[in-house]
Write a protein that binds this ligand. Structure first.
Ligand code: DX5
Ligand code: ZN
Length: 220
């Protein structure tokens, strides 16, 4: 069985007590902490910057999985690295020179991810796949938590899984948007190994029980 990872998205947390909310999912069994950064330009929402990432960093030992839904993106990458990001994921549409951006992420000591929106063709990975550490498949249009999983994403996940396996490299395949206890098994069967879940965790009263339910579904 693959080493499945759960990355709760703090987008659905209570922002008035973010440190506590991060500690709570850490203690409940999260593998990563997913940090959604939005700029009201690349996506129609505005969330947090490096200051907030730095503020939550002392509240967890788990890697900060920073998802940058912003454009332009390069100038702020070193700031997120300084704030404690471990993985930095960008969208190809958010940068003019994707290869340069990937090199920049590595140069500041972080793992590099590339995220594909639902309608973004997977061919954008053609020349960069072997240079990255993670592919993030968006299974909703980015911008908001609590949207429904777009089913055709499963075909894309399957196709990317084949490409990753063909590289022979340990590139993670993360899926973000509408992932819940009742569909995570299907997403895993398509080939994903890292699961972002925002509302499906933070909108429940017992994070530990919910993450355990995710793991049970993945084990089944
Ligand atoms: C959407 C964000 C997601 C979001 C997922 O733009 O990238 O990480 O928080 O939320 P849920 O799990 O509620 O769909
Ligand atoms: Zn995200």
């Amino acid at each position: 069985m693959p080493q499945y990872k759960i990355s709760p998205s703090i987008l659905s947390a209570d922002f008035a007590c973010l440190g506590e909310e991060v500690r709570a999912v850490d203690e409940a069994g999260a593998d990563y902490i997913h940090v959604d950064v939005m700029d009201n330009h690349f996506v129609p929402n505005l969330t947090i910057g490096p200051l907030v990432a730095a503020a939550i960093k002392p509240h967890t030992q788990k890697p900060l999985d920073v998802h940058l839904m912003i454009s332009p993106v390069d100038a702020i990458i070193p700031e997120f690295a300084k704030a404690g990001a471990d993985i930095i994921t960008v969208h190809p549409e958010g940068t003019i020179h994707l290869d340069r951006t990937i090199q920049l992420i590595h140069s500041v000591g972080c793992k590099a991810g590339v995220s594909l929106n639902p309608a973004t063709p997977l061919e954008l990975l053609d020349y960069v796949l072997e240079s990255i550490d993670l592919v993030l498949v968006m299974s909703v249009n980015p911008g908001f938590g609590g949207q429904s999983f777009i089913d055709y994403s499963l075909r894309k996940i399957e196709a990317i899984r084949k490409r990753i396996d063909a590289t022979g490299k340990a590139i993670e395949l993360e899926v973000d948007g509408g992932v819940k206890v009742n569909n995570v098994r299907q997403v895993a069967d398509a080939g994903a190994d890292v699961f972002v879940a925002g509302s499906a965790i933070y909108n429940t009263p017992d994070y530990k029980a919910t993450i355990a339910a995710f793991r049970a579904a993945l084990a089944g």
